[in-house]
Design a protein around this ligand. Structure first.
Ligand SMILES: Cc1ncc(C[n+]2csc(CCOP(=O)(O)OP(=O)(O)O)c2C)c(N)n1
Ligand SMILES: [Mg+2]
Length: 361
């Protein structure tokens, strides 16, 4: 007799630490005290960096900037779980992981200052350039992982994207390819609830984003993205699998974009204050601090030292960034391709004429 069997399509949801910093010992990943402190230091540095960039933009010292505040726990533990030879394929809100993976801070600021030369990634930094077009980087990550696999190299790739990014064709193509070819890829979806002014519920009718992995034949896990321990445990699990030749994983990290979409946005126009208050209570740094205090890893002295060191590092990088050579307006045409196309040549000539006229007036 044929039977009807309901397809549940449910995914696991992982959390280790509650909003008051209490952990579930059964779920707690193995981490040394020094590793926990390292995560705290990096999260504080990322927050200080973010705050400084916002101010630099407001002072006219930097270009449009996308803040990462509130999403630090989606990134710092992943960097810690990665092996040295692994690669990150970011979108545009991944400052914490990009910096922790060794991208020089002053050079990174150079890029956000509007100069593409900043994205000439140093040879020894396994990070792909920032991808502003939503979704493209996922395909790059899968392609790189597949190439490495064919070459017999033990390399995993980690790609970041947002809840909005899951509506792009690139996401589905990358996920399908990764599933079919079992590439060592970790897909990290930072579900920060909004894609500019579009809420998560308008991206998909599906209950979770994590379950999308099931359709492509691999594991998807929903994770509390403001809980460093849950993110570390899930990333380690996925990366261990990738390195063991067991294919890709999708993590949906539940988090919140605490700031505006970018410095060109005003989120007050579309987000209720209660929602922000709810997430502020779940701030990933505060939660880890509470854990640290209760477990003898955090006190006022340590907090002050973390802050002082972070401010000094960021100020030094800003000074170096502002001393870099400024681009000429023509550079934006020259930089695009190895050889300029006819269109670009014409456009550059037009701009030159216009600038010459301006200078004469
Ligand atoms: C292909 C493409 N379409 C549209 C945009 C404009 N845009 C930039 S960010 C963004 C929303 C992205 O939302 P999400 O993926 O959730 O990432 P988040 O900004 O929340 O981190 C859009 C529509 C773009 N950069 N690229
Ligand atoms: Mg989003």
């Amino acid at each position: 007799m044929p039977k009807k069997v309901a397809y549940e399509g449910r995914v696991e949801s992982w959390s280790v630490m509650d909003k008051d910093g209490k952990t579930d010992e059964k779920m707690m990943p193995k981490l040394s005290k020094e590793q926990v402190k390292e995560m705290l230091r990096w999260m504080v540095l990322a927050r200080v960096f973010d705050d400084k960039c916002f101010k630099l933009q407001r002072q006219g010292r930097m270009g449009t900037y996308a803040q990462s505040t509130g999403q630090e726990a989606c990134q710092i533990p992943v960097a810690l779980a990665m092996q040295e030879q692994d690669w990150v394929f970011p979108c545009f809100r991944e400052h914490p992981i990009i910096l922790m993976r060794g991208f020089p801070m002053a050079q990174y600021l150079w890029y956000w200052g509007g100069d593409e030369r900043g994205m000439k990634v140093p040879e020894d930094v396994n990070v792909f350039p920032v991808a502003v077009p939503v979704g493209t980087q996922m395909l790059h990550a899968v392609g790189y992982a597949w190439g490495s696999k064919l070459q017999g190299k033990d390399v995993a790739t980690v790609t970041y994207f947002g809840d909005g990014g899951t509506s792009e064709g690139d996401f589905h193509e990358a996920m399908n390819f990764a599933g079919v070819f079992q590439t060592p890829t970790l897909f990290v979806c930072q579900n920060n609830q909004w894609a500019i002014s579009v809420p998560r519920k308008k991206q998909t009718r599906a209950e979770t984003l994590a379950q999308k992995a099931l359709a492509y034949g691999f594991e998807g896990i929903q994770v509390d993205g403001n809980d460093v321990f849950a993110v570390y445990a899930a990333a380690k699990h996925a990366l261990d699998k990738a390195h063991a030749g067991k294919g890709p994983t999708l993590l949906e990290l539940m988090t919140y974009r605490m700031g505006d979409h970018t410095t060109s946005d005003d989120a007050k126009k579309y987000r209720p204050p209660e929602e922000i208050a709810y997430w502020r209570e779940r701030d990933p740094i505060d939660r880890l601090k509470k854990y640290g205090k209760a477990n003898g890893l955090w006190d006022e002295g340590f907090e002050q030292k973390c802050l002082d060191d972070a401010v000094a590092t960021v100020e030094k990088a800003v000074e170096a960034y502002e001393a870099f050579p400024k681009p000429e307006p023509e550079d934006m045409f020259k930089y695009m391709y190895k050889e300029m196309t006819m269109d670009l040549t014409e456009q550059m000539a037009m701009l030159k004429r216009w600038l010459d006229e301006e200078r004469q007036e």
